[in-house]
Design a protein around this ligand. Structure first.
Ligand code: ADP
Length: 593
């Protein structure tokens, strides 16, 4: 079986090398589409160019023979100039055609790959690191692009030169050719065995490199945490360790490739020497002319450089095939949660029922997070989830958004099992305001429109007013066009939350998920945010993930989670009277706060 980067091995277990080749090819043909004609014309032109190139040794031989015999040089000289011009133009044409085709192909491939990555279910991202996925999008596509470009241009040309060369050699002197052709096949066999081994080495070195990129990616994307813990040197060490591993394997692979090339060159040169010696013998016997020997030698030299080009190309293509397989797998991967034939509920009320739900994360199948979890929310009801951290509150919400599928039990929306509903549509009916809202690094306006691309300016202002955000947005010099710094850095926590609330209001969902802030806002901001939240929740079914218990007192009911199920249920007063887990949590927070 083909070697594939680790996380996909299980999924690819049933594809053998042949099947993988076929699906690579199928994807290639699908992706290239009509641009295949550029390739075909490019290949044809490259073949013609190498055929024209084959005339050069012949003309040179003629020049030499004519010099010797005193015949006119005019005709072969003009011939030579014409050939050189023709070859230059053909080279220009085929490399342009192939460049255009390769660039289009790789950009299509990258687009497809990105689309496919974004379509995957959330569990997929638990299993695959960002660095690894980004690597596929950048280096793997790059590998495929350059290998394709070189194999169609250089590869075709070299191949044409070798095939044509063989014919030319036989035409010039069958005896001399025969001598040469006896040695070559043996060399090719040894070479290809060695090359196969080189391939496995390069796959290992690519893997190691992907690992070091993943470390870098994690550290850079979590730079604040790294700096806060002053752990730059620890991260550098981790990176260096992976980097060293990759260096070791890449160096080994480089040395081996060097050795491979050295040996190939030596072998081919020895063949040339034999040709010179034997050819000289034939000339002295008068069996061939000096010009013919010259053209024979030029042919063998051309063929030799074509062979070494092919061998370099071979390693490159092997690299690229590894990359291509990883890309194909990902593009062909069917998301485990998709919206094929999903239902849409036109008059969604927003009733939610968790019915004896059991759930564990696909990456941690041995630890059950929810067990026999049941909860019922009437349409428009506000229910807060409370309980110790790690108790599964966020998990409940992830299930409602169908980021994951339950392992047992059922979730019903308006009485319809969640699995029967189109997940994209369902998510469009859910608004989320989280404690660390994600804003994209574009203008505030674009951020607001993220969930409602068709919203008019009036609707937007109406929403920002309800979210207490209009005033401060307008106060910025660029107003709604203010560009939010990366991850929303230039806005205060409260402002970000209010923009996120406006974004949720604009989406006009039936269900709201509120991931209550763990960090306290200052009291003015807090009040603004509370007001905005009140406007958002009005008339909508709301689940609050209560980390700080500050908003739960406004909830209609509170469900206390422990060990994966609801252990207490009621409003604030009732639960305080019960003096159970909830009471303890509130008491602890009061003493801390
Ligand atoms: P809470 O929101 O109540 O703090 P969570 O729902 O975040 O609790 O977590 C419940 C359990 O599930 C914890 O043990 C946590 O480690 C685990 N968990 C959360 N997210 C994931 C994930 N993506 N993959 C694996 N385990 C997870």
């Amino acid at each position: 079986p083909l070697e594939i980067i680790i996380p996909f091995e299980e999924e690819n277990g049933d594809l053998n090398e042949e099947e993988m080749k076929i699906s690579n090819l199928k994807l290639f043909i699908d992706t290239i589409g009509n641009d295949i004609w550029y390739f075909i014309f490019g290949i044809v032109t490259a073949f013609i160019s190498s055929w024209v190139g084959l005339q050069i040794p012949k003309v040179f031989g003629k020049l030499i023979d004519n010099t010797k015999s005193g015949a006119s040089l005019r005709e072969p000289a003009i011939h030579a100039v014409l050939i050189l011009f023709a070859q230059a133009s053909l080279n220009f044409i085929y490399s342009t055609l192939i460049s255009v085709a390769c660039e289009r192909y790789s950009s299509n491939l990258r687009g497809l790959l990105f689309k496919s990555i974004l379509e995957q279910e959330v569990a997929f991202f638990d299993q695959n690191s960002t660095g690894d996925l980004i690597n596929r999008l950048s280096s793997d596509v790059q590998l495929v692009r350059s290998a394709l470009k070189h194999s169609v241009s250089l590869g075709v040309k070299s191949l044409g030169q070798i095939i044509g060369g063989v014919f030319s050699l036989i035409l010039i002197s069958p005896k001399l050719s025969l001598g040469m052709l006896v040695i070559l096949p043996g060399m090719v066999t040894v070479g290809s065995v060695y090359a196969k081994w080189l391939k496995s080495l390069s796959v290992r070195s690519q893997r190691a490199q992907a690992k070091s990129t993943a470390v870098a990616n994690e550290a850079i994307s979590n730079i604040r945490t790294v700096v806060a813990f002053s752990n730059q040197s620890l991260e550098t060490e981790k990176f260096n360790e992976k980097n060293k591993e990759s260096e070791k394997l890449s160096t080994e692979s480089g040395i081996q490739i060097g050795l491979f090339q050295g040996i190939t060159t030596m072998a081919l040169n020895s063949v040339s020497l034999l040709v010179y010696w034997y050819g000289g013998l034939l000339v002295s016997r008068g069996e061939i002319t000096g010009g013919e020997l010259t053209s024979f030698i030029i042919h063998t030299m051309n063929m030799q450089s074509s062979f070494s080009q092919l061998s370099i190309l071979f390693t490159q293509v092997m690299h690229a095939l590894g990359g291509m397989s990883r890309i194909t797998e990902l593009i062909n991967r069917q998301p485990r949660i998709s919206n094929k034939n999903g239902k849409i509920l036109p008059n969604l009320r927003g009733e939610i029922k968790f019915d004896k739900v059991e759930f564990y994360y696909p990456t941690r199948s041995q630890s059950t997070v929810l067990k026999d979890f049941s909860l019922h929310l009437n349409a428009g009801q506000i229910v807060a989830l409370a309980g110790a951290s790690g108790g599964g509150k966020s998990t409940v919400v992830s299930l409602l958004e169908r980021f994951y599928d339950v392992t047992k039990g059922n979730i019903l929306i308006d009485g319809i099992p969640i699995r029967e509903i189109d997940p994209k549509w369902l998510r469009s009916q859910i608004g989320i305001v989280s404690q660390e809202p994600t804003l994209f690094s574009c203008s505030i306006l674009e951020n607001l429109k993220y969930g409602a691309p068709d919203a008019t300016m009036e609707q937007i202002i109406e929403a920002t007013k309800l979210a207490n955000a209009h005033q401060f947005i307008e106060a910025f010099p660029n107003g709604y066009d203010t560009v939010v710094g990366e991850r929303g850095c230039s806005l205060s926590g409260g402002q970000k939350q209010r923009i996120a609330i406006a974004r949720a209001i604009l989406k006009n969902p039936r269900i709201i998920i509120l991931d209550e802030a763990t960090s306290a806002l200052d009291s003015e901001n807090e009040q603004m945010v509370q007001e905005a939240l009140y406007n958002l929740m009005k008339g909508r079914t709301t689940i609050i993930i209560a980390h700080r218990l500050s908003t739960v007192q406004n909830a209609d009911s509170i469900a206390v989670l422990s060990k994966g199920r609801v252990v207490e249920y009621g409003n604030h007063q009732q639960l305080m009277k019960e003096k159970g887990i909830y009471y303890q949590l509130v008491k602890r927070q009061l003493s801390l706060g």
